[in-house]
Every structure is written in C-alpha cells, then in structure tokens.
Design a protein around this ligand. Sequence first.
Ligand code: NAD
Length: 380
Amino acid sequence: MKIGVLKELAPGEHRVAMAPAAATRFAKLGIDIAVESGAGLSAGFDDAAYAAQGVIIADRKTVISQSDIILAARPPAPDALAGIKAGTRIIGGLAPYADPQRLSAYAERGIEAMALELLPRITRAQSMDILSSQANLAGYHAVVRAATELNRCLPMMTTAAGSIPAAKAFVMGVGVAGLQAIATARRLGAIVSATDVRPEVREQIQSLGAKAIFEDVREGDEITKAAGGYAGEMSPAYLERQAALVSGHIATQDIVVTTALIPGRPAPRLVSDAQIATMKKGSVIVDLAAENGGNVEGVILGEVVERHGVLIIGLADGASRLAADASNLFARNCYNFIEAFWNKADKVLAMPTDDPLVEAVTLTREGRIVHSRFAQVEAA
Ligand code: NAD
C-alpha cells in the first residue's frame, strides 16, 4: 500500500497534505509514503526532512502512477493527474460544491474521490475533521491580520503620555473559525462581541468573555432547516432584522471578522455597503467567507479593498498562511481517517461502502458520481 502526496498547484496555496511528523505515523502502520520532490517547500518541509522519516521522494509522474491513495489539501485538477491508475483514491480537501465538472472528470478517470470536508460533525470523526483544523487556524490568522492592518492597537494601554482605550472587535458567525477569532482577539486585549444564528452559541460566546449580540430566530425564519450543527439558510426578513440589530453595533467597531457559511450555498450577506459607511475610518473588516461569495458587500477574494475609508480583506488563504501548522494538522486528519480503516493484522485498507463515514465522503467510485448530494450532476 502506497500513499502519494503531490505539490499543491492552486495559486497561493502553501500547504502540503503530508508533514514529516505524520509520515512517521504512516510508516508505523506499514504504509509507504511517496512525496513529489519539492512538495513541502512552501510549508517549510524540504525533501531531506521527509527522507529522514523514510519517505520516498520522486517526480510527480512516478508518485501519481504508483500510488494507491493520493492525499490533497485542495482538489487536484484532473488534467494534472496524467497516468493515474483507475481505482486510485484521492482523499483530502476536494471542495465538492465548487466545480461539478471536476467530479465528473474524476469519475471518468475511475478515481475514488473522498472529500473529508463532508465528514459528519460527530465524535468519531472529530480527529479527522479538516474543516475544524483549518478553520481554527484561519480564525486566528484573521484577527492577527486585522490587528496588523488596523491603525490602532488592540489592548488598552496606559502610558506617560496618556491612556489608549482597547479596540473593539466584532465576530459574525461563531463556528470553529469564529470561536478562535474571539479567543485570539481577547488574548490581544480587544473588547470582543459576537453574533450567530444558532442560539446555542450564545453561551459559548459568553464563556470566552465576549458579549453576545443576538437576533431571535422566529417561526418561518429558516428557509432550510439547520442540521448537524450547521446553520440553515435564513429568510430575507430574518437577515433584515439581523442587519438592523447589528447596524448600530458595527458603527462602533474597529475590527469586524465575518465567518458565516451555509454548506452548499452562497455565504449569507451580513454587512452592507451602507453599514460599512457608518464605520470609523481606518477600521478593518476580514471576510473569511470570501471564497463562498463573501459576507460583506464589495469584498474581493484574495484582495484588500478600501470602501468609505474601511479596509475589507477577502481572506482566501487563512490556513495556508500558517502552512507549517496547517499542513501538520491536515496530515494528522488524513492519518486519523485512514488509520480508522486500516487492518493492522493484514496490513490492508478496509473501507466498507456502507460505513457512515465512507458513505459521507465518497464522491465518485467505479466511474460514477455516487454521492447522493452530487449524483444529479452526472445525470445533467
Ligand atoms: P460554518 O463554517 O458552517 O459556519 C460558520 C458559522 O456561521 C456557524 O456558526 C453558523 O451558524 C454561522 N452562520 C450561518 N449563517 C449565519 C448568519 N446569517 N448570521 C450569523 N451567523 C451565521 O460552521 P463550522 O465552523 O463548520 O461549525 C458548524 C458546527 O459544527 C458548529 O455547531 C460546531 O460546533 C460544530 N462542530 C462539531 C464538531 C464535532 O462534534 N465533531 C467539530 C467541529 C464543529
């Protein structure tokens, strides 16, 4: 059994799906790892660091053609997989909602594509959860980035020349990234507040020492029902009430971090241009949902734009900017997933198609799109 790891080719992607420390764990299971030469450089891991852990370093073509499993932080373009054997599994961050054609191309090549972002949010899958491990780092990075762009400091300071009040930070969307953003802003000394649609989050916000700003969810507010800990899509009426509630609040903030996502849908619009116009000049908004359309009006993915004197950062690569830690955690997630199905006695991988985790993540198998959420793509 051989696992291959390729250089990530997406622009701006610094992560790699295998870190040397995780390679050691695979070796202990009796699994060989081959890494494309130079694949870890942008994450701080050179070929020698992998080789020291018994990893085979090879060219891309060799890694692709000889691997039973390929791990990937982002979905490899089908055209960049020349020579792949039918039946090869690609496991990792495959952004299944982003490009339906890519799923068809994987199926045509006989690839068994497994998107770990589709793992259910259950205890058994927690250690495999790439969304959590990467969102946690992105939430941290969002606040650090905002702090470096802000024209003020975050903590209160008392100096001989006078006192400076603490900056105010507001986090919109309190999942994994939002919770880490709150914790980071608090550590840096800001006065923090936060909001979400899920009522159970209120206590989590308060337990981190932040103020909860909440609009109650009423009958008919949810267009799609919340499920599995994820928020549902909210009605225009709710979003309007939510906007009215936070409008006055936003005007007093120095930093706003938005993270609101709804799986499989465009990100909800939470901050309008009119609201941005009420903010102080020099304030900073970091939109972590930019890749999914953005929570903030006018945001541009991967760019910093200025509106009404406010900087809007469309963060595309929060975890990628912390590539060493992000790659380490990502590789551990992949290891935990594979290890769960590794038969140690016979040294074979046994992934029953009816196992709930396998079923949840498998997009394509034996030339077909098999995932219930994406199967209609093939029919189209
Ligand atoms: P996410 O990335 O899907 O969304 C981020 C946040 O945005 C969520 O808190 C969501 O409620 C919020 N949001 C959506 N629409 C909004 C709106 N209109 N206004 C304000 N906020 C809005 O979330 P996530 O970080 O992936 O976490 C989703 C859930 O999964 C959470 O309940 C989390 O606690 C849970 N979780 C469970 C496990 C586990 O048990 N294994 C692991 C990780 C996360």
